[in-house]
Design a protein around this ligand. Structure first.
Ligand code: SAH
Length: 289
């Protein structure tokens, strides 16, 4: 861990062009950053960071601040902090719906409260930590269903959270697809993090690469403009008794989405709301068994 030095000082009142003057003074490469904080009482507090091994930089910074009229100059050494790691450490497991317990710490598992199923989902670059309403809506839909022996397709799997949840509920078969190769890699990590041998196949690609397979439950959490061009392919992949869960839809888009779905041979069979977001259930028209 590298260390740096923070120099703090106060200026009794603001100076014209202070920011510019500081910028000129601290052009030195050994300066890591300068921040000014105007205080309510009119004082200006400044923080200057220099590398601990920056030679005379710390002393130069001190005298420059003194020359500008800064007072109460304090210098302290600090250990470099990994902010992203600290943020991760601070995350807590949380409840979703009635049955889920989303744990962002695969390495130090927390016990799920009674009646809840733990999913280990570490925040990653792919969408799907479980905090967003659009993901929660699908998780809430899943918990209401008997998924046993159901063939599930998760379009836009992202972190893999929904594929993992479907498998946890005993789905007969789960496939996740995503056009983002990095998301597929992250989803593979999510699979490995689970307490059981979680093995849904994940495909880097679109729904068009799925061939003739049929699914009973399709999960599709992505914005409307993304799922709209996929509706023909989605319809082709549905078994006669299939349901599609569309999420990632704003309440204000409801009428538009219902029309788009009808135009693609899908009838809306339910809507769920969470905040300003909704999920829409759809079934193939004329095939409602
Ligand atoms: N399923 C997760 C992530 C949803 S984010 C959840 O519910 O939280 C939406 C994902 O859809 C992104 O990872 C994005 O890469 C993917 N995506 C967007 N367009 C796609 C398409 N045409 N086919 C497959 N995946 C797509």
């Amino acid at each position: 861990m590298s260390e740096y030095i923070e120099i703090r000082a106060n200026l009794p009142e603001d100076l014209e062009d202070l920011e510019d003057r500081l910028a000129v003074i601290f052009e030195s490469a050994a300066i890591l950053g300068v921040q000014t904080h105007p205080r309510r009482d009119g004082r200006i507090e400044v923080s200057v960071w220099v590398k601990a091994d920056g030679g005379p930089a710390a002393n130069e910074a001190r005298s420059a601040l003194k020359d500008l009229g800064f007072e109460a100059i304090r210098v302290r050494e600090q250990v470099d902090r990994d902010w992203s790691d600290e943020w991760r450490q601070g995350l807590r497991a949380f409840e979703v719906g009635r049955r889920w317990w989303i744990d962002p710490h695969p390495d130090r598992a927390s016990l799920a409260p009674k009646g809840r199923l733990r999913l280990a989902v570490e925040p990653c670059s792919a969408f799907g930590s479980g905090t967003h309403e659009s993901t929660r809506l699908v998780l809430m839909e899943l918990e209401e269903r008997d998924c046993r022996s159901v063939r599930v397709l998760d379009i836009g799997t992202g972190s893999g959270v929904l594929a993992v949840a479907a498998e946890r509920l005993g789905a007969g078969f789960v496939v996740g697809v995503d056009i983002d190769v990095i998301a597929i890699r992250e989803a593979q990590t999510t699979l490995r993090r689970q307490e059981w041998n979680c093995q849904p196949p994940l495909i880097a690609g679109g729904v068009d690469c799925l061939g003739d397979v049929q699914f009973d439950l399709v999960l599709c959490n992505m914005i409307v403009s993304n799922f709209r061009p996929l509706l023909g392919d989605i319809h082709r992949l549905l078994s006669g008794s299939a349901t599609v869960v569309f999420s990632g839809i704003l309440g204000s888009e409801r009428t538009e989405v219902e029309e788009i779905l009808r135009g693609s041979g899908l009838a809306v069979s339910g809507v769920r709301e969470l905040g300003e977001w909704i999920s829409v259930l759809a079934v193939p028209m004329g095939d409602r068994s």
